[in-house]
Design a protein around this ligand. Structure first.
Ligand SMILES: Nc1ncnc2c1ncn2[C@@H]1O[C@H](COP(=O)(O)OP(=O)(O)OP(=O)(O)O)[C@@H](O)[C@H]1O
Ligand SMILES: Nc1nc2c(ncn2[C@@H]2O[C@H](COP(=O)(O)O)[C@@H](O)[C@H]2O)c(=O)[nH]1
Length: 196
């Protein structure tokens, strides 16, 4: 496992699918210069997804081989698909980008990272009510069947909110990004000050 340096921080975005985690993480991340570590998955790519950008898409044999070689820091299975993050990608990202990185994970992954890296991990819970999430998924072009599948995890993911260091209800996008950027920046500033 990569050993984090004293000031290195991992921001984990979690919350229900479709609440806007990716959107707000990318917006605040680009303002603050924080980059994402991309997961690996056996889920087939969706129409608009790009390999290496949204996920690294692997077939089950490739995933299993990487798993057997001990390459994954964390693995989870969701509705028959495997997802994981590699130790080496965390290490590489910290080499390229000093100080901090972010991940977008379900609650299982968020808890795993917290258990592994303790104080270095800040969990950011992004949520919206079920109807709003359903509307956003619908507007994104998902089929009714796929929306129902994603919403079947809604309650379980929402129950993780109280464990997270921060929670933002994502109704108005500009508002959420403003509040989130302020919260992330406070960790980065604190680390800069502590270095003085
Ligand atoms: N505050 C907002 N108001 C309106 N639409 C939003 C808002 N935040 C995000 N969206 C839209 O909602 C949809 C889902 O957002 P996003 O993909 O970021 O969610 P997510 O939680 O990362 O889910 P997933 O893991 O399924 O991608 C996108 O079409 C995005 O543009
Ligand atoms: N625990 C982990 N969760 C992950 C990882 N990569 C993505 N995710 C989360 O899985 C669900 C489903 O994603 P989808 O793209 O198939 O809709 C969602 O909550 C992701 O954030 C991972 O490596 N570990």
């Amino acid at each position: 496992m990569y050993e984090l340096k004293e000031k290195e921080m991992i921001f984990v975005f979690t919350g229900p699918n479709g609440a806007g985690r990716r959107t707000v993480a990318e917006m605040s991340g680009s303002t603050l210069g924080i980059k994402q570590v991309i997961s690996y998955t056996t889920r087939p790519p969706r129409a608009n997804e790009v390999d290496g950008q949204d996920y690294h898409f692997l077939n089950p044999a490739q995933f299993f081989q990487a798993q057997q070689s001990g390459e994954f820091l964390e693995i989870t299975e969701i509705d028959g698909n495997l997802y994981g993050i590699k130790h080496s990608d965390i290490e590489k990202k910290f080499q390229q980008q000093k100080g901090s990185l972010y991940l977008i994970l379900n609650s299982h992954g968020a808890q795993h990272l917290k258990d592994a890296y303790g104080e270095h991990v800040v969990r950011i819970f992004i949520y919206a009510d079920r109807n709003l999430v359903a509307k956003r998924l619908h507007d994104s072009g998902f089929s009714e069947e796929e929306i129902a599948r994603q919403l079947s995890h809604y309650d379980e993911e929402m129950a993780y909110r109280s464990k997270c260091e921060h929670a933002f209800e994502n109704i108005d996008l500009a508002h959420t990004v403003f509040d989130l950027t302020k919260a992330l920046d406070s960790y980065l500033q604190r680390n800069l000050l502590e270095l003085d």
